[in-house]
Design a protein around this ligand. Structure first.
Ligand code: DQQ
Length: 567
């Protein structure tokens, strides 16, 4: 089937599915309109994202029976644009003895010749974890509807005495080293030390553990869902080839302590060793995370061969208590897919929502440049503020008057949560108040403060959730991150995407990301408002603000067309 035929078939499928099922409902106040969700029940990690024969695939950890974690199954949805989705039958169900406790997370590798293979963890009824393979029943099917487990499973078992079999999981996408052997990383823990084990193989079936772990850390605890991939040092384009040495750095990500942390480094293709570039996990105060907000966890990237970019997905947890999850009948979101690349400084990654999300924008509202005096706020009216996308930037002058940053204030989250960052300062807080009710009894505030120390200015970005909901059970921890920009040379920019119960913010053009789950009781749907504000006692300039209402994405079940008498 060529791509044109797939596109037409796709449009027909979406049409039939939408007519037969109606689009995803947003009647529940916390159900989202343009984030990926299954129709009901529990979802956690994204698994094996992939672009195959013109179709994007997202697999995910799913409990088909309840809104609480359990019965781990691989849910499967397909898309033509990473915005609108069709849910297919589950790709993997826990049917075999080595996975009766669940088909846990894993990745997809495309083998030479183009055949994809799922590499995943099976947990047996004693929670002994092993690594397993599954292949598409019909690789010519672009939807990859059916998967067949390998008769060789498990292909990697925790047989070595030092491996804890209940902490041995989540294989990465495999890659080929310079000698042609396959390499894969598996997350684990030995004596409290987080580890990425490396295994290698000639045939993808028989795997041998390498002598040394690929990387490990005493500061982290168990590593879940490791991810390892190349990034270009001089371009935003994604890199697929692990052997490309020139102009390439590598990212090693591990999920631990409720967050996704990464380090940058070099991969020596001859020896298969990874060398950390500047700072290691949790070393100094440079703690690089994809996202400094709510739990943005167990993420996974893939190379999108169609648009030559690397795309990142992550699981966003609920923060409203188990009982509420059961009541609403679902739990968990996927983040918006983000494009990820290396900053020009080479120090960190930059993330930005994929451009396709902008196809949902409608009814643009622009507020012209203006001075925001101390205490001022301007309503961003004329949009659906509970389902919106907004971009704003600020300019600051005369920064000599900036407040001094206490030398001991090195944890941005603690400054935002405990050092009165939301109270009136000199430069800031200024930013956006979103999901705000009348009189702002409820509001979620995304803001900046600018400080200085003896060498430079420091831009702090906070997400203050303390008044995000009148509910007592919601987790209202505030979040924070430093944004690595020089406010004398650059504008301070913020893009925030609001989708009922999720607020995803990108500061400094994607240098610092903070995602929050919020559960307002008053500021829902049409009652929600948005403001741009300055609560600092020095005035600042807002140089531009553009905001859009967002349309609902079509996220629908797959419907088989009934056969008519003619076909
Ligand atoms: N979730 C999966 C595991 C993984 C964890 C189980 C991370 O494979 O380690 O649902 O959220």
């Amino acid at each position: 089937m060529n791509y044109m035929a797939i596109t037409v078939l796709w449009a027909v499928l979406l049409f039939f599915a939408a007519v037969a099922n109606g689009v995803q409902t947003t009647k529940q106040p916390y159900r989202t309109a343009y984030h990926f969700q299954p129709p009901k029940n529990w979802m956690n990690d994204p698994n094996g994202p992939l672009y195959y024969k013109g179709v994007y695939h997202l697999f995910y950890q799913y409990n088909p029976y309840s809104a609480i974690w359990g019965n781990m199954t691989w849910g499967h949805s397909i898309s033509h644009d990473l915005v609108n989705w069709i849910h297919l039958e589950h790709a993997l169900n826990p049917t075999d003895p080595y996975e009766l406790g669940g088909c846990y997370s894993g990745s997809v590798t495309v083998l030479p010749g183009g055949r994809p293979v799922i590499f995943y963890t099976g947990a047996d009824d004693q929670n002994f974890q092993s690594q397993n393979l599954a292949f598409p029943k019909d690789p010519s099917d672009p939807y990859l509807k059916e998967w067949v487990k390998s008769p060789n499973n498990p292909v990697i078992a925790a047989t070595d005495g030092d491996i804890d079999p209940s902490n041995f999981r989540d294989p990465t996408t495999a890659w080929q080293a310079s000698d042609g052997t396959w390499q894969v990383l598996i997350g684990g823990k030995i004596d409290g030390r987080g580890i990425a084990f490396r295994y290698h193989s000639n045939d993808f079936v028989k795997w041998t553990r390498s002598e040394k772990p690929f990387h490990s850390s005493t500061r982290t605890g168990m590593w879940e869902c490791p991810d390892f991939y190349p990034v270009s040092i001089d371009s935003k384009d994604g890199v697929e080839n692990y052997l490309k040495k020139e102009d390439t750095k590598f990212v090693l990500k591990a999920s631990f302590l409720d967050h996704d942390h990464y380090v940058l480094g070099f991969y020596k293709t001859e020896t298969n060793e990874f060398e950390v570039d500047i700072t290691d996990f949790m070393e100094d105060n440079t703690d690089w995370r994809y996202d400094y907000g709510s739990k943005f966890y167990a993420s996974k990237t893939f190379f999108d061969g169609e648009k030559k970019r690397r795309i990142l997905w992550a699981w966003i947890l609920e923060a409203n208590g188990r009982e509420n999850d059961k009541k609403k009948g679902w739990s968990g979101l996927q983040s918006l897919p983000r494009e990820v690349w290396l900053s020009t400084s080479g120090k960190q990654l930059i993330q930005w929502p994929i451009q396709e999300i902008e196809s949902l924008r409608k009814g643009k509202v622009a507020i012209h440049a203006q001075e925001l005096e101390s205490g001022s706020f301007v309503e961003v009216g004329g949009i659906t503020a509970a389902q919106a996308d907004v971009e704003v930037s600020f300019e600051l002058t005369n920064l000599e008057d900036a407040e001094e940053m206490e030398p001991s204030w090195n944890d941005p989250q603690l400054i935002c949560a405990q050092k009165n960052a939301a109270e009136e300062g000199k430069f800031g807080p200024f930013g956006l108040r979103v999901l705000a009710s009348n009189n702002s009894t409820e509001e979620t505030v995304v803001f900046f403060r600018v400080f200085k120390n003896h060498t430079r200015h420091i831009v702090l970005m906070c997400n203050d959730l303390s008044r995000s909901s009148l509910s007592k059970v919601v987790d209202k921890t505030s979040f924070g991150a430093f944004v690595d920009i020089d406010p004398l040379q650059e504008k301070i920019s913020l893009r925030t995407l609001i989708d009922h119960s999720i607020v995803e913010s990108f500061g400094g053009e994607g240098k610092a990301c903070i995602t929050a789950r919020v559960y307002p009781i008053l500021a829902i749907d049409k009652e929600a408002k948005m403001f741009v504000f300055n609560k600092g006692n020095l005035s600042i300039k807002m140089s531009k603000l553009n905001a859009w209402s967002m349309k609902e994405a079509k996220i629908v079940p797959f419907v088989k067309r009934r056969k008519s008498g003619h076909d």
